[in-house]
Design a protein around this ligand. Structure first.
Ligand SMILES: [Zn+2]
Length: 143
């Protein structure tokens, strides 16, 4: 989770919404990234999507069975669907996202009958640090 937080901080330094993600399997980091939607002009370039793409590409596989995903913010519906499609085993996230989250609120993607794979979900990991990064970022933008 510390790696995910570091990626979120790096995203903030780039002017991106500070969300970071890291994919791990058996103690080995498969990929790590922060949001790059602005830099890449890509609304799908969320931290989760970037690490899933990178790890799948590196493994020449559309699935990441047995992998754990750590992300500082509750994934949105798009990322939750990608996590399911990638067959990620466990999802650990920090802050809840009442506005755009798709796991514990809103569409609750993993609870849908059409969702064919649900990871084990662990929320609230370093929640305070994750939320503080986001608050600081948006407070800075308003100021
Ligand atoms: Zn997302």
């Amino acid at each position: 989770m510390d790696v995910a937080l570091a990626e979120a901080q790096a995203a903030a330094a780039r002017g991106e919404v500070p969300v970071g993600a890291v994919l791990v399997r058996g103690g080995v980091v498969l990929a790590r990234a922060g949001n790059r939607t602005r830099e890449l002009n890509d609304p799908t370039a969320h931290a989760e999507m970037l690490v899933i793409r990178e790890a799948c590409s590196a493994e020449s596989s559309e699935r990441l069975s047995g992998a754990d995903l750590y992300v500082t913010l509750e994934p949105c519906p798009m990322c939750a669907a990608a996590i399911s499609n990638a067959r990620i085993a466990r999802l650990y996230y920090g802050a809840a996202d009442p506005k755009s989250g798709g796991v514990a609120q809103g569409p609750r993607i993993f609870d849908h009958p059409q969702c064919h794979h649900s990871p084990d979900v662990y929320d609230g990991l370093q929640e305070a640090a994750s939320a503080a990064l986001l608050r600081g970022f948006f407070a800075g933008r308003r100021g």
